[in-house]
Design a protein around this ligand. Sequence first.
Ligand SMILES: NC(=O)c1ccc[n+]([C@@H]2O[C@H](COP(=O)([O-])OP(=O)(O)OC[C@H]3O[C@@H](n4cnc5c(N)ncnc54)[C@H](OP(=O)(O)O)[C@@H]3O)[C@@H](O)[C@H]2O)c1
Length: 267
Amino acid sequence: MDNYFKDKVIWITGASSGIGEGLAYAFSAAGAKLILSSRRTDELERVRRACIHPEDVQVLPLDLFDIPSFTARTAQAIAYFGHIDIMVHNGGISQRSLVRETNLDVHRRVMELDYFSYVALTTALLPHFDERKAGHFVVMSSVMGKIGTPMRSAYAAAKHALHGFFDCLRAEVSADNIKVTLLTPGYIRTNISLHAITRDGSELGTLSENIAGGLAPEKAAVQILHAIAKGSFESFIGKFGGEKIALWVNRYAPGVLIKKAAKLSPK
Ligand SMILES: NC(=O)c1ccc[n+]([C@@H]2O[C@H](COP(=O)([O-])OP(=O)(O)OC[C@H]3O[C@@H](n4cnc5c(N)ncnc54)[C@H](OP(=O)(O)O)[C@@H]3O)[C@@H](O)[C@H]2O)c1
């Protein structure tokens, strides 16, 4: 992996905190040129300044709900360094509520941000990758993109949808030297649960125990860089533990996992 990221141009969404922030530092340390996006420009500027090579980092504000802006934002992103090598689709929110109690609007909001924005940004950037006959989409799914547990129906649905879309995209574009890597992190210590939306769309506002005990974002970033450099199709990110075991059990004995999930207390 030594020089793999040197001078690569990488656009990261959700770069103002958590995994995206950890990735910004790791890519910058590896010599990449970066475009950092999210809504909070002040936080993006903080991350830019903390990168080892801030002079090679550009801040591009982007609201992932604002799909009509994507064409112009993509042109702006390409213009910074003349091209883009890697797009890291990472920005998003989680959700905590029972199906019985969840407004349809909550499902739509999570789907819009965690799924449709990824589709729309990919569609906006794909002509550039096509023209260069090169490019790499890195997609932040989750263990919840492979399994289902209580309280995560909207989030799991959006993450599962990413696998369908990006597996199909890979099949369409791999002959053109365009790669797709889906990442399925377990618990990573970030603000994700603080901003998770509940049954009426309000934020949960607390850091859940599992997330607090999760892998540090800088360690997650090391694993993610390895997965990207290897060109993995799909890669688990996180501590070896329950979430990784759940993925194995789901693959080889799905019935066992389904019974276990039904016994989990909602949290
Ligand atoms: N932490 C975990 O345990 C875990 C596990 C599996 C998967 N993931 C995935 O990892 C990704 C990053 O999450 P994280 O854990 O790092 O959480 P985080 O610290 O809460 O970061 C979320 C990022 O998404 C951005 N974002 C939220 N809404 C946005 C919008 N409307 N437009 C643009 N950007 C928006 C936020 O930036 P602004 O607020 O500045 O816009 C922030 O940079 C998510 O896709 C999440 O599903 C996390």
